[in-house]
Design a protein around this ligand. Sequence first.
Ligand SMILES: [Zn+2]
Length: 594
Amino acid sequence: MLRLVNRTAITMCLLVGVAHAEVPDGYWGIEQTQVILDTTMRVKLAPDLSHLSGAEFQALEELLAAGRVMNALYENQKHRGAAASKAALLELHQASGESIETQNLLDLYYMSKGPIATTLDNVRGPILPADAEQPGKNVYPFGLGRDEIDAFLAANPERAAEIRGLRTAVRRSSAENLAADIANLDAHPALDVLHDGLRARLQSEQADADSFYAVPYALAYAEELSEVRQHLLAASRLIRNESPDFAAYLQNRARDLLSGDYESGDASWVSGDFANLNIQIGSYETYDDALLGAKAFFSASVLARDASKSEALVDAMAGLQAIEDSLPYQHQKTVRSRIPVGVYEVIADFGQARGANTATILPNDADHARKYGRTILIRSNILSNPVLFANTKKRYDSVVDARFRDHLTSGGKFNRTLWHEVGHYLGVSVTADGQNLGDALGDRADLLQELKSDLVSLFAAPALRASGYHDDDSLRAQYADGVRRTLQIVQPRPEQPYQNMQLMQFNFFMELGLLEVDGDSAQLIVNYDRYHQIVYEMLEQVLQIQYSGDYEMAGQFISRWNYWDEKLHGELAKKMRDSGIYRRTIVRYHALGD
Ligand SMILES: [Zn+2]
């Protein structure tokens, strides 16, 4: 619902050239927004694109246009009031003479990718008049809770695959919803062809507001996705002669968005030989679904490949089988001999992918990964950004004893990140009884998967020293970044898999003595001589749980290591927060005219 702005509620004044305005009730005032923005770092990505060809430049415009649609789609997936509340905020901003109050709200909206922001105390709430955040965001019926959907799935187990579908939106089976979906299908005949049985299923669904059904994203977002498809096809035509593999990928992915089946695009993306441009586009990651952890959300990243840095990694990937064979478990697999790793400059990110993310590995689909492998995208201009690294270093220095501070380098971060992504390739990929880890471990799967990859990265470091990839300094730098990674400036919320698994590592490292608090300086010291053994022990337990596929065992392990003690963690967190570090990041893009 569009909340109209009451213009008479806005009082304006001019103070040293900056417009100020009272914002209406329900909008966060400057006292709430400024404290967050004062601790927010602003980074602008403007990679050198002079090596792109003329056709690539033209194709780039189409890819960016596709990304803009994905960005709006993502905000809509996250919150049903996203578009309306943004429109109202923009109107308020204009009416206030572009006041600092409304500009702050626009910045927070941008950074939060919607109307729900996180305070410095890690509490989430709407920054403007909008509904409270829903666990299922806007891809489940509004107000749906875990108890109701669990009860429905328990009573209707045959509906689980449909309701839990990765790329489906769940609806209440009201007559109104069913009629709207059938009308939408009528309006998009291609979907009728590509989604065999969908019409029959919608027509046979009994109207019952206590029941649920799911429709493919392809139908739920038919208009927007067909717009994205047009841009991808246009880009494909533009670079067809220069970069046929990339053109084929774009064509496949354009169709994937209509079919909801990403196999063709994933295969041609992972295995293709591209020139200077790449794009990650679609819906892959489920982190935003706090209800069932099942739904993927939309994103796009438009990237320029760094050829020389990418080629430098080819040799390093040659020794992967030996690392796999040395992992602490008994069920080693044969690792692919060719792992596509590329180093990229980020041109622009959209939707879920927007931010200071340092690397990506996709696809997640276990069958696609098994058949085609996964592509690793290292985001070089984020990893080496001096503003971001200076902030990371300041935070580290505030809690680590002076003797250890200079061990942290941006090269260490690059390597830890790279080998984390490679770590996704290694270790357990199916349980003992052949299940996908996601099916077996449910909402605990993501956390364990990320934990495994972090630990594999650290586990591999000594072997990389032995092979000559590392020297002593770069090995230590990777270890230092492994410690840096575990430090939390606030207690994680339960639904944050990354932060929670990092905290678990910190606790494991402290209890076993990789880390300790120095008696004199009251700061952390790193016992590098114990590092490998302790990483080995934690990784061994994680691999055992993943291989067993035992959901209860996973829960016990997580609760054993995931704890927060105000005296220890709280004190360290406070030191880091008080060190004057930036807490958040707003990333903007030259290519988008920012
Ligand atoms: Zn990861």
